[in-house]
Design a protein around this ligand. Structure first.
Ligand code: KDG
Ligand code: MG
Length: 412
């Protein structure tokens, strides 16, 4: 199974996706997701200019050796661009190995540890009536766990709230699940931490009052708080029994979670912007988190995320694999195969892609009774329709950023 062709495919059906497609001399193809939201072309360049030439002629069965060769061989290790590029190669090799064996990837990882994966969706609203409608709509779609994000009085638009796009290129389009907007420049949002901290506990009280104590509820603070602010939020949310509080503090200083942990028993999740086991080393060893939030796509692929999750398992820390719409159907499939196989599965984030995306990427996963399953086709179970992909060339898009009332740039 020698790699004789490697193509980097960029397509923008509902948003931008970067996919690596490997072909072998025995006629098999494998796919890997390399999408890095708002910085897609950096990974395209890394792959096309520096990795693709090294792949031609390699034995596609040698997954671990290829991983180590690309990681250690580059000398410049880690970072989101490098690790997304390695992830794409790794994922495509697992896809190929599954096809060569005639088995779905989860079988190669040890087989199923459960019948399906509990998934959570994203409910949001600018105010309570809109939020309640969104929670009801998610329950009707079968979600058994729901993330709650809400508008804050006095702030125009903030992370996590479905909104109508105002920027010129896409004016009027509703972005339910996609924060990166197509435009020449990033959109500016506003932020006020004190207003947020005052508002959020009341929202959770109202949601519990409306939907009862059973429904697992999650919340994403999106790296915007200081340790003491995050500790206060965790404590004030304790009566509402959150499944997790995500990204309470900025990821650059994971030690900050020590202070948060000292003050609250609200479970903590972090890691969507981490990209290696070394980012997690201390916080797993000190048991400062409860859930690992990395995506297969941004953390060196199935091989490396498995390594992180096996380490986490020793400390009863579980998976909460990142699955927003900027993870392509290929990256999602990889997450589902991994989640089905590991013992310490926690929950899977699941936001539905748009119909154009589903026509470009033909998937075989199932969604039943709030549970996801990757399906039993050999490999990952995703086909890329290259003709369909070709209809949607790359469109420049940026994630928004925050400014405080006095004009200071703040974490988004
Ligand atoms: O590209 C940024 C998104 O992936 C991120 O904002 C989504 O925080 C996120 C989540 O929890 O899904
Ligand atoms: Mg998040």
């Amino acid at each position: 199974m020698i790699i004789d062709r490697a193509e980097v495919i960029v397509t923008s059906p509902d948003r931008n996706f970067v996919t690596l497609k490997l072909s072998t001399d025995d006629g098999l193809t494998g796919l890997g997701d390399a999408t890095l939201n708002g910085r897609e072309l950096a990974v395209v360049g890394y792959l096309s200019d520096h990795v693709v030439p090294l792949l031609i002629g390699r034995d596609a069965h040698r997954i671990e050796d290829t991983w180590q060769f690309l990681y250690r061989g580059a000398y410049w290790r880690r970072g989101p661009v490098t690790m997304a590029a390695i992830a794409a190669v790794d994922t495509a090799l697992w896809d190929l190995k599954g096809k060569a064996a005639g088995l779905p990837v989860y079988q190669l990882l040890g087989g199923a540890s459960r019948t399906g994966l509990l998934a959570y969706g994203h409910a949001s609203g600018r105010d309570l009536p809109e939020l309640f409608d969104s929670v009801r709509a998610h329950r009707e779609q079968g979600y058994r766990a729901i993330r709650i994000q809400t508008g804050v009085p006095g702030l125009r638009s903030i992370y996590g709230i479905a909104s109508n796009v105002t920027v010129e290129a896409n004016a009027g389009v509703r972005y339910d699940h996609e924060p990166a907007q197509r435009s020449a420049r990033p959109q500016e949002e506003d932020w006020d931490t004190r207003a947020y901290l005052r508002h959020v506990p009341g929202v959770f009280e109202a949601v519990r009052g409306e939907f009862g104590p059973e429904l697992p509820l999650l919340h994403d603070a999106h790296h915007r708080l200081t340790p003491i602010q995050a500790a206060r939020l965790g404590k004030s949310l304790e009566p509402y029994d959150l499944f997790w509080l995500e990204d309470a503090t900025p990821a650059e200083n994971p030690e900050a979670l020590r202070l948060v942990r000292q003050h609250t028993v609200t479970p903590l999740a972090i890691g969507e912007v981490f990209n290696s086991v070394w980012d997690y080393q201390q916080i797993i060893r000190e048991q400062l988190i409860d859930y690992v939030r990395s995506a297969v796509t941004h953390t060196g692929g199935i091989t490396h995320l498995r390594r992180i999750l096996d380490y986490a398992a020793q400390y009863q820390i579980k998976s909460g694999i990142h699955g927003p719409t900027d993870i392509s159907p290929v990256g999602m499939a990889a997450a589902l195969h991994l989640g089905l196989a590991i013992h310490n599965f926690g929950i899977q984030e699941y936001m539905k892609h748009g119909t154009r995306t589903d026509e470009v990427f033909r998937q075989s996963f199932t969604w039943r009774d709030g549970l996801l399953h990757p399906g039993d086709r050999p490999g990952l179970g995703v086909d890329l329709d290259v003709d369909e992909a070709g209809k949607y060339p790359y469109v420049r898009a940026y994630l928004p950023y925050n400014r405080l009332a006095d004009g200071t740039v703040h974490d988004w």
